[in-house]
Design a protein around this ligand. Structure first.
Ligand code: 5GP
Ligand code: ZN
Length: 133
């Protein structure tokens, strides 16, 4: 696996993912262990570990796609709101050392928790079909 990086392996197609958006710069796919229904990760295709070692132009491109994907998710899930989460360093809970932005959909009346839940593969597949852009 390239760089020993699981997200680079997803970009390379060596590991499958439930893709919802892709262009020359970024890939967006469902988190395998979602916090809430429809939890998506947006990553740059070029490896960097976090916010601070990412080139400004690459970062700007990713953030613009986070907005684009979030707008689509809000309308097509649909959800009532969403959190953007981006962890840097183990102390901050970063487990995968490839820059990623979480888009965590929120639903009115559901408790505001940051807890992952084991993803159900058939539900993830159905959500990816609904969200694919
Ligand atoms: P972090 O805690 O590093 O900010 O978040 C990493 C996220 O990546 C976690 O929410 C975890 O569920 C997700 N993740 C880890 N491995 C995989 C994988 O192989 N595929 C997908 N789709 N998500 C993954
Ligand atoms: Zn990587």
């Amino acid at each position: 696996m390239k760089n020993d990086c699981i997200f680079c392996a997803i970009v390379a197609g060596e590991i499958p993912s439930f893709k919802v958006y892709e262009d020359d710069f970024v890939l967006a796919y469902l988190d395998i262990n979602p916090f809430t229904k429809g939890h998506v990760l947006v990553i740059p295709k070029t490896h960097s570990t976090g916010l601070l070692d990412t080139d400004d132009d690459a970062l700007a491109a990713v953030v613009m796609r986070v907005k684009k994907v979030a707008a689509h998710m809000k309308a097509s899930l649909p959800c009532d709101g969403f959190n953007i989460l981006q962890n840097n360093g183990e102390a901050a809970g970063q487990t995968v050392k490839h820059l990623h932005f979480h888009i965590i959909p929120r639903y009115a009346g559901e408790p505001l928790a940051f807890e992952s839940h084991k993803g159900d593969m058939s539900e993830l597949a159905a959500l990816a079909n609904r969200l694919r852009m």
